[in-house]
Design a protein around this ligand. Structure first.
Ligand code: COI
Length: 349
């Protein structure tokens, strides 16, 4: 692999205490191109603008997918990726759905490991600090023929981050007009277009004072799906409930880790359909104890209230919440503080 390093790092100009999500990028990036039926070994080079044709198919038809993953630094200065094999599998699953050629495992991991190592100074210690890693692929072939491309560009860029919403608790709007995904669609894939399609309804929700949307099934707008940047969990009585994944719900890696962690700590977890009617009923009878989201960017995020039609439902804050318990357990694995689930830690040597 070709490696071309920056002459001078930009790191000294970065205030790591005051990062807003996804705005600052590390010194280097990885890039590999697909042409004539194969991926190039790729190269690491300084983070910089790239040049693409105005007719690149991605600009017209949105043929692009991405991943989000994180690298953590332990107090002993070791670097750990969190379950990157899961991101790799999902990356190719998303690619297949968007008719994008799958990336070779060696190219993905070679690029990833070398890049993170080269930019390791950008990964800061301390709970909450992480390097957010964004692998993505797009149709770069110059042609506006409305079919899948023959040429693609795969890249990895990295952004030092804190958690997406910091320590705030958010309020979410139950969406009943717009849909994020439908049966047979691309909802389970991390397709760029899924996010673009959510921006307008989310903007309306933001204008109404919410931070996110709870997406419901596209037929009846009653079964709860996910929240776009995160999967959703509900604590009803002493049970932890989350919707089963489907072709309209992203199969979150933090989601499945939370389920496994909860089960490991003897919390009853149910993966079953959960509806808005049920949430409102359980809220009114005092059984709905917590709602929280899970995702790579948000980690574990408590939701303090939800809006449905004209009504705002506010949850009592729980002292010893299940969400803070699970978040701590997850963090302890990510920063190599505990020795639970050792196989989730991928050490960068
Ligand atoms: C992630 O958690 O990696 C996501 O995909 C959310 C991102 C769009 C901010």
């Amino acid at each position: 692999m070709k490696i071309n390093l920056v002459e001078k790092s930009r790191i000294d100009a970065v205030n790591f205490e005051n990062l807003s999500f996804g705005k600052i990028f590390t010194d280097h990036m990885f890039i590999s191109k697909y042409k004539n039926g194969e991926w190039s070994a790729g190269e690491i080079k300084p983070y910089e603008n790239i040049s693409i044709s105005p007719s690149a198919r991605v600009l017209h038809y949105g043929q692009a997918i991405f991943e989000g993953m994180k690298c953590f630094k332990s107090e002993q200065d070791e670097l750990f990726l969190f379950r990157p094999e899961e991101n790799f599998k999902r990356f190719n699953k998303s690619s297949v759905r968007l008719a994008i050629p799958e990336i070779d495992e060696n190219i993905f991991f070679d690029g990833l490991k070398k890049l993170v190592k080269i930019d390791s100074e950008w990964v800061k210690k301390g709970i909450g600090n992480a390097l957010y890693i964004r692998p993505f692929v797009f149709a770069s072939e110059p042609s506006i023929n409305a079919s899948e491309a023959n040429e693609y560009t795969f890249m990895i860029i990295c952004s030092p981050s804190k958690s997406y919403y910091g320590d705030m608790e958010i309020s979410v709007k139950v969406e009943e007009k717009y849909s994020r995904a439908a049966k047979g669609g691309v909802g389970y894939a991390k397709a760029a277009g899924n996010y673009a399609a959510a921006f307008y309804p989310t903007k309306l929700a933001l204008d109404q004072g919410f931070q996110q949307i709870i997406w419901t099934d596209s037929n009846n707008h009653n079964a709860i799906e996910e929240a776009g940047t995160m999967n959703l969990f509900f604590v009803i009585g002493d049970k932890l409930i989350t919707s089963p994944t489907s072709d309209s719900i992203l199969d979150g890696i933090t989601r499945k880790s939370i389920i496994e962690l909860a089960e490991f700590h003897n919390i009853d977890v149910l993966e079953r359909e959960i509806t808005i009617d049920e949430i409102i009923k359980e809220h009114n009878s005092g059984n709905l104890k917590e709602i929280f989201g899970s995702g790579t960017a948000v980690v574990v995020l408590p939701i303090k209230s939800f809006g449905h039609r004209d009504q705002l439902y506010t949850l009592n804050s729980e002292k010893n919440s299940i969400s803070s318990f699970l978040k701590e357990k997850l963090n302890n694995i990510q920063y190599n503080i505990s020795n639970e689930f050792e196989n989730w830690k991928y050490k960068i040597n």
